[in-house]
Design a protein around this ligand. Sequence first.
Ligand code: F6P
Length: 364
Amino acid sequence: MEKKKRIAILTGGGDCPGINAVIRAVAKKAINEKGMEVIGIEDGYHGIINNRYRTLKYDDVSGILTLGGTILGTSKTANPYRYALKKGDKLEFQDRSKIAIQNIKKLDLSCLVCIGGDGTLGIAYRLFEDGVPIIGLPKTIDNDLRGTDITFGFDSAVSIATEGIDRIHTTAQSHHRVMIVEVMGHQAGWVALYSGVAGGGDIILIPEIPYDVNIIAEKVKERNKRGRRFSIVVVAEGAKPKYGDIVIQRIVRESSDPIRLGGIGFVLGEQIEKIRGLETRTVVMGHLLRGGPPTPFDRILATSMGTKAVDMIENKKFGYMAGVKKNSLVTVPLKEVGKGPKTVPLNHPMIKAARSLGTCFGDG
Ligand code: F6P
């Protein structure tokens, strides 16, 4: 009798719509079709280091397709190679990877499925190099993962941001104001670009194109002259002025990625008011982009990638993540992910299309 395979699933990093749809797809196919046993690791790599996990039965993953967040919990601060420990008001960092690998060995897993963004999958690659059979699944609203054209969570974030921009239009027109909508996206501009175009933003600011506030003010003036007495600015949290810096909201010391962006929208608002004397108001969409049910597109992407992961386990395709290239499911070496964020190429067709409609990117 072939020994029943046991796999485990963990979710790490920022949550997003679609994670539960992926957990559901991996677990249902593994249990239903492959007769595997499935373990859910709690709170990302914390669960591996502190042995926090539970068995996932078929019924545990039923009815979670449309559920936002992650039923397993997640963490942005748990890194086995640099594990933060509070000592009084001080933080101490320890390499707990050996403990993590021992705990994984004790679980006697055929595979650990890591659902995460660049931070989580970067750690997954190191664990793989240290002998753990690992498969990755690309999750982030930022869509900044190398090796895949799209990550699940992105479409949902763009959809939520676009709805926000649509709503902002009516109040901007009524009050003849410059309304600034700040969206997440970390160091890349995918969310701002796609929601800016979908929402009809007049000015779209992304990290990849440093902006000049005078050019933005000129665009606002030009619109006013044409009787468009309002303007919508969609700005990525990581956007920065040509000769200036990003706006940092806070530092999370225990996180491997401590910088938290946010607030650029307010800085811009003040500058535009000073230059143009027009009223501005700023809306920061923040974590709204990570909450709630996934879009149908993200449910389909999550289901496709989740079931693909089980095939990869069967084929022992360890050290890889499932991804999408030119609308086809592919496998991508996890190594690829660790090479830094995937940013928006300056010749991206969406930038070209927006420019031809008169959208301003703050660069003249
Ligand atoms: O990576 C996802 C993301 O939401 C980024 O867009 C954002 O910069 C960051 O995480 C926010 O992190 P936190 O939830 O720790 O504030």
